[in-house]
Design a protein around this ligand. Structure first.
Ligand SMILES: NC(=O)c1ccc[n+]([C@@H]2O[C@H](COP(=O)([O-])OP(=O)(O)OC[C@H]3O[C@@H](n4cnc5c(N)ncnc54)[C@H](OP(=O)(O)O)[C@@H]3O)[C@@H](O)[C@H]2O)c1
Length: 262
């Protein structure tokens, strides 16, 4: 998709890896200025160094589970950008990050799920979206315009066996997006949800998953799968698009159905 986003300011969480990194790259290539957020580690620095080859990017260290960290990040972005045109809530962790989640090499039963792992995933994937929205929306609302994008998962994953708590946490975040899509237009803001449309080869995938896909002759989606969708949502054409869930793998079909040019 060819668009010119010069002067367009974006903050993407989870930009140090996977889908977030690729969306940041695509937005930079289109001319947007990007604040790339992730936890304050060398991984964020390395990602920003790579992304700087494509345009104006700056690192925004932030742990989405930590309210003070999110508030400071929002202040930093306000100082740097003045205004924010798009907020992409994308940071997340999969069930595999939780210590003890797959020690037996199989789907953990409800009584085996360590509470600490459950809480960490919910705090990142649900509370994290809440905190980031809470602290970044005011600067958009003050300007009377802005676009929020919530990265989510496929509807099936939310209720799939073995997906506690990842699936329910993503379902909760998505429900919040649809509530905000009704509440935030009064401030000139839109809220949309996007998801890849299947397992995607990112930092969230384990070697076992890759091996399983290979053995069963299936292919994972590439992490660039979201790029056309995020560029569209940043484009003037999408100014009034609100309350939609777009499955990136089916973006062209969605455009045809809604009467947009893909
Ligand atoms: N991969 C898939 O199959 C798939 C499918 C559907 C939806 N998704 C969604 O896609 C989104 C991106 O995931 P991905 O697949 O691209 O995985 P990924 O490559 O592991 O990227 C996850 C990103 O989230 C960041 N992150 C994790 N915990 C964080 C925290 N506490 N604070 C700030 N940043 C944090 C990571 O940065 P640091 O670790 O450097 O902080 C990283 O940049 C997630 O919301 C996920 O639910 C993925």
């Amino acid at each position: 998709m060819k668009i010119n986003l010069s002067g367009f300011h974006v903050l993407i969480t989870g930009a140090s890896s996977g889908l977030g990194f690729e969306m940041a790259k695509a937005l930079l290539q289109a001319g947007a200025a990007v604040g790339a957020a992730a936890r304050p580690t060398k991984r964020l620095e390395a990602a920003c160094e790579k992304l700087s080859a494509y345009g104006e990017v700056f690192p925004v260290p932030m742990d989405v589970r930590d309210e003070a960290s999110v508030r400071q990040a929002a202040e930093k972005v306000r100082e740097k950008f003045g205004h924010l045109d798009m907020l992409v809530n994308n940071a997340g962790v999969g069930n595999n990050v939780g210590a003890g989640m797959n020690e037996k090499g199989e789907t953990p039963q409800i009584f085996d799920i360590p509470t600490e792992a459950f809480t960490n995933i919910v705090e990142t994937n649900f509370t994290g979206y809440f905190l980031v929205t809470k602290y970044f929306v005011p600067m958009m609302a003050e300007a009377g315009k802005g676009r929020l994008v919530y990265v989510s998962t496929s509807d099936g994953t939310m209720k799939m066996k073995g997906q506690i708590p990842y699936g329910p946490a993503r379902a909760a975040a998505e429900a919040m997006a649809f509530i905000l899509a009704q509440e935030l237009p009064r401030y000139g803001l839109t809220v949309n949800v996007i998801c890849p449309g299947g397992a995607t080869d990112t930092g969230m995938c384990t070697e076992e998953m890759r091996e399983f896909f290979k053995k069963s002759g299936r292919t994972m989606l590439p992490p660039s799968v979201m790029n056309d969708t995020i560029l569209f949502l940043a484009s003037p054409e999408a100014e009034k698009v609100n309350g939609e869930k777009i499955v990136a793998k089916e973006f062209e079909a969605w455009c045809r159905e809604k009467g947009f040019r893909a």
